[in-house]
Each structure stands twice: as structure tokens, then as C-alpha cells.
Design a binder for this molecule. Structure first.
Ligand SMILES: Cc1cc2nc3c(=O)[nH]c(=O)nc-3n(C[C@H](O)[C@H](O)[C@H](O)COP(=O)(O)OP(=O)(O)OC[C@H]3O[C@@H](n4cnc5c(N)ncnc54)[C@H](O)[C@@H]3O)c2cc1C
Length: 510
């Protein structure tokens, strides 16, 4: 497609830029594309908190048993688990769902993040309890590289990769050696070693593949990847197709967030306040005071207990009484900036797999949005919506600051995609860009074994949820698991017992 044609493509840019990254609205008028829209998260007040602004603390206007801060999947599920209690759920945005927010185009749901879940996890159970029916993905991930589409990359695909024989052998040796490591019972030792240490022994193409896979899945290229996390991923990919536990909902995990919010709002709408940014959580002797900004007004409510379901880099700036060590741990999480780019095609362009890996390009992988619907009785695809996962290096977060910067990245994604295979040349009718500044914490060495346990110790009356309370990756089932633990802890405290800190703190269970 010529540059002139690209200028006429309709780009829609939505989404947030987190702390330190205000959107430059003045640049909007300078865009070529027709009326870009900005409809995303708001961080002005969080920036003020970060910059040390002191907010007045009005007297307590209401008292609740428990206040939950943050209305992503973790906060929503905490409210669901605590629904028999007098809870108040506060969220800074006007919408619910956080990083799992649903979008749709002409009635077809698509992802702005969060494409996979796993059978048997806390989120799978919760989805089914709410009447949703997650569908098996049934598709090992292919790789598209050097002009070839290769099915089942880490299975039979290893013999098909379009590289010299010596490179294919190196991929096979990596798989064999790493699966031997993965069999080691003491997995935690590998959490403190970067994956790149092991990759040195193999062909550079193996590293290139992981530097594509890692940022998209857990925010980190191989220098910053916990080997424990990569081993776990490889075990899953190299396993047989019958044991592939991956599931999803039409529209991805955001459909669970939507269902949770609708279910709660049907019964408790007066206990769910959107557009309420919490600026202070101050433990007192027998209760906790929570101060929030809504519109231009400040309010303070009191609660016996608080569940903090915000990401730790925000939590650390709001909650008083954290030790220096806990504050340091909360602030040591690193976050990957991310564009999720959805290209809408009015004709079929790519429908061969759910998630396909494309090393060496601006984007990492491409997901077919309605993949699990394809074999549903009576389903007919109207538009072919392709979701391009485009994590950006932390060093280039500033590129996301301007709409023009996001458009440029999207144009590069389209250019790279069209070069992959001849059949990818058609032009999309629209490009939807969802940007986030700090959505996904990096599964860096030591995060799981050293950072999370320190960051996650409950205070006397404040307990921590959010996906970054469980890990080892930013995952929806970890977000639900974190809130289930936080809800259990809160209920025990309400009943007068003192649960061990460990019961609410770290630990990984898929
Ligand atoms: C591009 C991308 C792809 C992903 N892919 C997958 C995947 O395939 N599978 C998977 O399982 N997971 C995936 N994830 C991760 C998954 O989306 C997250 O782990 C999950 O949504 C986190 O939910 P949460 O509730 O813990 O946190 P969040 O979604 O971060 O929710 C926190 C909430 O707190 C609110 N908040 C923040 N500050 C304040 C304040 N001061 N006052 C009030 N409210 C506040 C925020 O607005 C937000 O709604 C992906 C994420 C991204 C970004």
C-alpha cells in the first residue's frame, strides 16, 4: 500500500498512558487521518499523587466492612467473592475491566489484550460459575518467518523451519536441553537466571524467536526474562496438542471482566463507584480511611478492611504505613508499554491459526479475533479482525505519547505484516490502536521468588490483590487467584481470626 493510501486509512487510537506519560492532546489536530478518537484511562490525579501533591482529607462520610480499590478483573472478582459483605468497589475509570477491556466492531468482540486463559484455573472456574462457556483454542502456535508458515513451532514444526539445517538442529537441541532443565524439581532456582544466559549456546535465530515471544507474553526480551518462566512456557508449547489447556472466550478474557461487572451491577450498583481515583489509604487503629477524588470533590470513607487491587507501582504511592522494604519491592516491578493494534478487514485475509509468531518484525504475533467461533454451529465471519500484539521497549515509551507516534508504529506493523506472505497484501478498512503505558509487569529474574513475596505482605487491615500479587506472569487467572486469597484473608479477619501473612502472599498455581 502506498504511503498516500495509508494516510487515508482510518486510525482510531484509544487507551491509557500511565504515570509519567501524559497524552499530548495538542498533537491531535495535526493528524492526517480522519478524526482520531482518544477515549482512555486518566492518570492526571495519579500523577499528582506520584509528584507528592497533598490532598485534603475530608471527614469520613460513610463506613463499610470492606473497600476494594481498583476495578480490573482482580478488583471485580474480589467484590464478587465478598458480595455477602458490605463492600464498596472504587475504580478511577468510568468503565470496568482495567487491562481486560472489551471492544467490538459491528457486533464482533475483539481483544485489546488478554487473549488466552487455561482450563482448570481460578478464572476458568469463575467464568463457568458466571454462566460463560470458555472454548478450547485447539491450535498449536505456528511461526511465520522467511516467507513460510510453519505449523506447531515447537512440535513437528521444528523440522519445517525455513532456516539452514544447522539452525534447525540448534532449535531442536535448545528444546531438548531446556526440557531437561524443566524436569528439575527445584524450578525456583531458574527464576533468578536470565534466559539469555542459556540462549548463548544456540543459534541467534533461537534467541530472535524468544525475543519475539517473551515481550508479547510477559513483557520481557530474553535478557530480562526469568528462565523459570520461559521453561514453563516451553513445556506448554512442546507438549502434545491433546494436552493443550488453552481456552478463551469470544473477545478474550475481557468478556469475563464484562460479565463480572454486569453481574455485580445488577445487584450492587450503588456499591460500585466509577470515576473515583483513590489518593490515600490510611490505616487507623480500628479501621482504614480511604480518600478519593470524584469529579472535583474529595471524599473519605472508612472500612474495617481494604483490598488493594491496583498495580503495585500505584499501590505503593497510595497506602500509608508500608515498610521501606515493601515499598522498594512494590516499586521494583518494571512495566512494558504496549500497543494492541486491531486491523479490520472486510474480506478474509488470515484465518489459519489463533496466535501466530512473527519474529523479526515490529509486532510479535497476530491473533485471529474470532478463531474459537469458527467451528461454532451457524457462525459466519463478517469481518476478519486481526489483533497485532506490539509491545514496545521501556526505552521507547515516549513513542506512545503522541497519536502520530502510535500511527507510525501501526503503519510499520501493517508494512511488516504485508511482507510476510503474498496473501497478506489486502488493505484493512480500519485500524484500531489501543495503547497502554504500564500494563504488563516484566517477568524478570527474581520477580516471582524475591519481589512478589516482599511486595505482597498484608498490613494489619490492608491486603493486596492484582495479578502482580501472584505471578509469575501478568495473567488473568493470577488476578482472580490473588483476589480469592485476599477475599479469604479478609473474611477470616472479619471472623476474628488472624490468618498467616503467607496465606495471602505469594505463590503460583496454574
Ligand atoms: C496486551 C496484553 C496482553 C495480555 N494477554 C494476556 C493473556 O493472553 N492471558 C492472560 O491471562 N493475561 C493477559 N494479559 C494480562 C491480563 O490482562 C492482566 O493480568 C489482568 O487484566 C490484570 O487484572 P488486574 O485486575 O490484576 O489489574 P488491572 O487490569 O491493572 O486493574 C487495576 C485497576 O485499578 C485501577 N486503578 C489504578 N489506580 C487507581 C486508583 N488510584 N484509584 C482507583 N482505581 C485505580 C485501574 O484503572 C484498573 O482498572 C495481557 C495484558 C496485556 C496488556
Amino acid at each position: 500500500m502506498s504511503d498516500t493510501r495509508r494516510d487515508f486509512l482510518k486510525f482510531i487510537v484509544v487507551g491509557s498512558m500511565a504515570a509519567g506519560c501524559p497524552a499530548d492532546l495538542s498533537l491531535f489536530s495535526a493528524q492526517d487521518s480522519p478524526v482520531p478518537q482518544l477515549d482512555g484511562d486518566h492518570y492526571e490525579i495519579c500523577h499528582q499523587v506520584r509528584d507528592g501533591h497533598t490532598f485534603a482529607k475530608p471527614p469520613v462520610s460513610k463506613r463499610h466492612e470492606v473497600v476494594i480499590v481498583g476495578g480490573g478483573i482482580s478488583g471485580l472478582s474480589a467484590a464478587y467473592f465478598l458480595q455477602t459483605h458490605d463492600f464498596l468497589l472504587l475504580e478511577k475509570e468510568a468503565h470496568w475491566g482495567g487491562n481486560a477491556t472489551l471492544q467490538d466492531y459491528e457486533g464482533q468482540a475483539y481483544c485489546t489484550g488478554s487473549a488466552f486463559d487455561y482450563a482448570g484455573t481460578a478464572s476458568d472456574h469463575l467464568a463457568r460459575e458466571l454462566g460463560l462457556a470458555p472454548l478450547a483454542i485447539k491450535c498449536p502456535d505456528p511461526t511465520i518467518v522467511n516467507g513460510k508458515w510453519v505449523a506447531d513451532t515447537w512440535g513437528a514444526g521444528l523440522d519445517e523451519l525455513p532456516y539452514p539445517a544447522s539452525v534447525r538442529e540448534s532449535f531442536k537441541k535448545f528444546r531438548k536441553d531446556m526440557l531437561a532443565l524443566a524436569a528439575d524439581k527445584n524450578q525456583e532456582q531458574f527464576d533468578n537466571v536470565p534466559l539469555s544466559k542459556y540462549l548463548k549456546a544456540y543459534a541467534p535465530e533461537v534467541k530472535q524467536w524468544w525475543d519475539c515471544y517473551g515481550p508479547s507474553n510477559y513483557g520481557a526480551a530474553s535478557d530480562d526474562t526469568s528462565t523459570m518462566v520461559a521453561l514453563d512456557e516451553l513445556k506448554d508449547m512442546a507438549g502434545s496438542a491433546e494436552h493443550d489447556a488453552r481456552i478463551t472466550l469470544p473477545g478474550g478474557n475481557a468478556t469475563l471482566a464484562l460479565k463480572l461487572s454486569e453481574t455485580l451491577q445488577a445487584k450492587f450498583s450503588e456499591r460500585m463507584i466509577g470515576g473515583a481515583t483513590i489518593v490515600a489509604v490510611e490505616p487507623q487503629k480500628t479501621e482504614v480511611h480511604i480518600t478519593y477524588v470524584q469529579g472535583n470533590a474529595l471524599h473519605t470513607v472508612a472500612a474495617k478492611f481494604v483490598v488493594m487491587a491496583t498495580p503495585k507501582f500505584i499501590t505503593s504511592r497510595i497506602v500509608s504505613g508500608l515498610s521501606d522494604d515493601q515499598t522498594d519491592a512494590m516499586r521494583s516491578f518494571r512495566f512494558c508499554p504496549y500497543l494492541v493494534i486491531n486491523m479490520i478487514y472486510d474480506k478474509p485475509v488470515y484465518n489459519r491459526a489463533y496466535d501466530s509468531w512473527c519474529p523479526g518484525n515490529t509486532f510479535c504475533d497476530v491473533v485471529v479475533a474470532d478463531w474459537v467461533m469458527h467451528d461454532q454451529p451457524g457462525y459466519k465471519q463478517k469481518n476478519n479482525i486481526l489483533t497485532f500484539y506490539t509491545p514496545v521497549s521501556e526505552l521507547h515509551r515516549d513513542k506512545l505519547l503522541q497519536v502520530a507516534g502510535c500511527q507510525r508504529i501501526a503503519q510499520n506493523v501493517l508494512r511488516d505484516f504485508q511482507k510476510l506472505l503474498p496473501e497478506f497484501s489486502p488493505e484493512p478498512i480500519e485500524v484500531h490502536i489501543y495503547r497502554r503505558g504500564h500494563p504488563m509487569f516484566l517477568s524478570a529474574p527474581g520477580v516471582f521468588t524475591k519481589v512478589i513475596p516482599r511486595a505482597n505482605q498484608p498490613l494489619e487491615r490492608v491486603v493486596f490483590a492484582n495479578t502482580d500479587s501472584v505471578g509469575p506472569e501478568s495473567l488473568v487467572y493470577a488476578a482472580v487467584e490473588a483476589s480469592r486469597r485476599a477475599a479469604d484473608w479478609t473474611q477470616k479477619r472479619m471472623a476474628g481470626s488472624t490468618p498467616s501473612a503467607a496465606s495471602a502472599a505469594a505463590g503460583f498455581s496454574k
